[in-house]
Design a protein. Structure first.
Length: 444
């Protein structure tokens, strides 16, 4: 492994790509601490310190985690790449639902058109989210430094929207001229940036009041290593469906007669159900808790806010239900068994041991068998932070690193990056990162 790391810096192309990626990430991290013009940074800091300590602002914690603390600072990069990710997911669903978009995506240059639609849609998503943040800023005492509310809203929306699009451009540059997977690397950097402060907070708690104890911390970190191993197997695991294509004679040439397979991942929807569930549940819970604290709050709103407290019983139950639902929904939409079966038949293929008219039924059964354990595993990973916070006494910041969306993203992006680096090393006739086996990225 040490030799492989040395080889990474011996290869000029790989060395340049690594340094370029580090420079882009350094500029990105610098922008994450620059506050939006017209915002009092001290007022925002005090507000979020109080809210985070009470652990009643799940949406802010969720957004803050993926941008390395930029959200709670109201920085120019506070939205990060999340609007782009949301628009990508929406467009994936729209291509399947609307036949006109599907036809465009299948034409020559269609993917480029779809990519441009995603960029345009991202701007509108940024504007809507930025407008919501201005409403939130109105409720933070002493936050606004600009007296004119219209000027403040226009400046805030313009700054955060531009910052988000610059962040997406950074990701594109890392993909083109860096180590690849630019958008994923940006999210990875935002999560890792919270690691030092999370470890510091854990150390202060252990050395201060002894809660959690040192023994429990050691046990939890051993369990974390086991979870990482499980996530690696889950992210790279596949169920291969064999497909045999019959021989075809076209003119004087014979085509086909080959055997291949369809790779179905153990968790086909990856981290998407977690993102959907947290976004759908986190924002309403945050709004309810905010309105419940107001002077004109209703009794039913206060009661509902006390029931749906983040990391509480009912919040966790709803989170698990939504994760399982979105795992089935997203997989059935993106991996449509009907379309896959039709493509197999149109190309003269068949699954050994399965009648041609039963192909769709067979694929549906296989997918359902894969989705259930995959969704349950996702739900378990999502509940890990709640268990650590409520029963072990871990700080929320370190608990979120050890489970939920962050753990899957960290492991998945690491696998993808290692796969890219290993491919570049082997292309230049060097040993890969591992002597035995092969690093399989999530996309394969």
């Amino acid at each position: 492994m040490a030799g492989a790391i040395v080889n990474m810096f011996k290869v000029k192309e790989l060395r340049d790509r690594l340094f370029y990626t580090l420079i882009i990430l350094a500029v990105y991290r610098l922008g994450c601490v620059i506050t939006v013009p017209g915002i009092d940074a001290n007022a925002v800091f005090q507000y979020f310190q109080e809210r985070m300590s009470q652990q009643n602002n799940s949406f802010a914690s969720y957004m803050d985690f993926f941008v390395g603390g930029a959200f709670s600072k109201f920085s120019i990069f506070m939205l990060g790449v999340m609007p782009y990710i949301s628009m990508q997911i929406i467009m994936q669903l729209a291509v399947i639902i609307f036949p006109s978009l599907k036809r465009i995506s299948q034409e020559d240059g269609g993917q480029r058109k779809i990519a441009s639609y995603i960029r345009i849609g991202t701007i509108f998503v940024c504007i809507v989210q930025s407008l919501g943040m201005t409403v939130w800023a109105d409720n933070i005492p002493g936050c606004q430094l600009i007296a004119n509310p219209y000027l403040f809203k226009a400046l805030f929306i313009l700054t955060t929207t531009t910052g988000s699009m610059i962040t997406i451009w950074f990701g594109d540059q890392i993909t083109a001229r860096g180590i690849g997977n630019g958008i994923s690397v940006m999210i990875f950097a935002g999560i890792v940036a919270r690691l030092p402060s999370a470890i510091s907070e854990l150390y202060q708690k252990v050395s201060g009041n002894g809660e959690p104890t040192l023994i429990s911390v050691v046990i939890v970190f051993i369990v974390l290593l086991a979870l990482i191993v499980l996530v690696i197997f889950e992210e790279s695991g596949q169920r291969k469906i064999p497909v045999h294509y019959a021989k075809r004679v076209v003119g004087r040439k014979m085509y086909g007669g080959q055997s291949t397979y369809i790779p179905f991942k153990i968790n086909p929807s990856s981290v998407i159900p977690l993102i959907f569930a947290n976004a759908l549940l986190g924002l309403p819970v945050t709004l309810i808790s905010t309105f419940a604290e107001g002077a004109n709050s209703k009794p039913w709103m206060v009661k509902l806010s006390s029931i749906l407290v983040p990391n509480g019983l009912w919040y966790t139950v709803l989170q698990v239900i939504l994760i399982i639902f979105f795992a089935y929904f997203y997989t059935q939409v993106t991996l449509n068994p009907t379309e896959i079966a039709r493509n197999i038949r149109e190309n003269g293929g068949s699954i050994p041991g399965v009648r041609t008219d039963k192909t769709e039924e067979y694929l549906t059964k296989i997918l359902n068998r894969l989705i259930l354990p995959g969704s349950l595993f996702l739900a378990f990973i999502a509940v890990v932070p709640t268990i650590l916070i409520r029963f072990v006494g871990f700080p929320a910041e370190i608990a979120m690193l050890m489970g939920g969306t962050s753990l899957i993203i960290l492991v998945g992006v690491d696998l993808d990056t290692m796969s890219q680096v290993e491919a570049l090393l082997k292309m230049h006739h060097h040993e890969g990162l591992t002597k035995k086996g092969k690093i399989r990225s999530r996309s394969l």
